[in-house]
Design a protein around this ligand. Structure first.
Ligand SMILES: [Zn+2]
Length: 283
């Protein structure tokens, strides 16, 4: 191939690859880090070069049909360790060993936000936030929201749920689930809420004020560990879930502001299929 032809060819291939790693409608100019979202994380690390099908939370492209929309989404239908689930705290095995407790290494951090068309997602400007689970460090990749909550306790749904998505050096995911109930205004999230993008964004919106995730966590850190999946296509499994029992609060106005953008972006609970759910009592 002549040199003059090679350059345009490389640009075309590069934009194709970048486009294929992210959701189909996403801009191809986003950085690698911004592409790390719950829906496409695994696709971005495996060499998935085929754009995947559009999905939604309603009707023909809703959760009941995800597995049929694209062969890449087969786990949504055929997987047997899917998320979210209903947790029944009284039935779960308890583990009171301090050793297993999750370690949070969060600090005030600048974020930018995007409306992906499926949720509002916040991307950290640095990789300084992480958690340590069973001795393995997982760095925060992004966080995003669902309404109503995806996980349930004793069959009860809450108003919203926050997912903090972390990734270790091998690309394995650990997601922290925080249920949200109506109550006090959440000051930690106020700066993000003041800029909530009402429709799908083409580029990130920088949030001036740093967000301190440490201050966002509930005071009682008793949580439930189980092995599950992404709750959005491609529903990839081997995701380590940590769901806090105590909900955090947001004001009714904050919850409604999100619900005006996404009135329902929740996947229904999936069968537990005998999975071990471990209750970790905070010491
Ligand atoms: Zn999520």
């Amino acid at each position: 191939m002549k040199k003059s032809l090679l350059y345009p060819f490389l640009i075309v291939s590069l934009s194709f690859l970048l486009g294929a790693c992210s959701e189909p409608k996403k801009e191809t100019t986003v950085s690698k880090k911004e592409e790390v979202n719950e829906a496409n994380e695994k696709g971005a690390t495996e060499s998935n070069v085929t754009p995947t099908a559009e999905w939604s939370y309603e009707e023909e492209t809703g959760p009941e049909h995800w597995g049929e929309l694209d062969s890449a989404y087969a786990a949504c239908m055929k997987g047997n360790e899917q998320s979210p689930i209903n947790i029944e705290p009284s039935l779960e095995e308890t583990s009171e060993t301090k050793l297993e407790n999750i370690e949070f290494q969060y600090e005030p951090t600048q974020f930018s936000i995007v409306n992906t068309g499926h949720t509002v997602q916040a991307n950290p400007a640095t990789s300084s936030n992480s958690i340590v689970v069973e001795g393995i460090e997982y760095k925060l990749a992004q966080f995003h929201f669902h309404t109503p909550s995806e996980h349930q306790f004793n069959g009860q749904q809450m108003d919203m749920e926050l997912h903090l998505v972390h990734q270790d050096a091998n690309g394995e995911l650990a997601v922290l689930g925080l249920l949200i109930q109506a109550g006090k205004k959440n000051e930690q999230l106020a700066s993000i809420w003041s800029r909530l993008p009402k429709s799908e964004t083409k580029s990130d919106i920088a949030i001036e004020e740093p967000v301190d995730l440490q201050a966002l966590l509930p005071s009682n850190q008793t949580s439930f560990y189980y092995n599950g999946s992404l709750t959005t296509p491609p529903c990839t499994e081997k995701v380590k879930w940590i769901v806090f029992e105590e909900p955090i609060e947001m004001s009714k106005e904050q919850i409604q502001a999100f619900q005006q953008i996404f009135h329902n972006n929740q996947r229904p609970v999936q069968p537990v299929n005998g999975r071990e759910i471990i209750k970790e009592i905070a010491q």
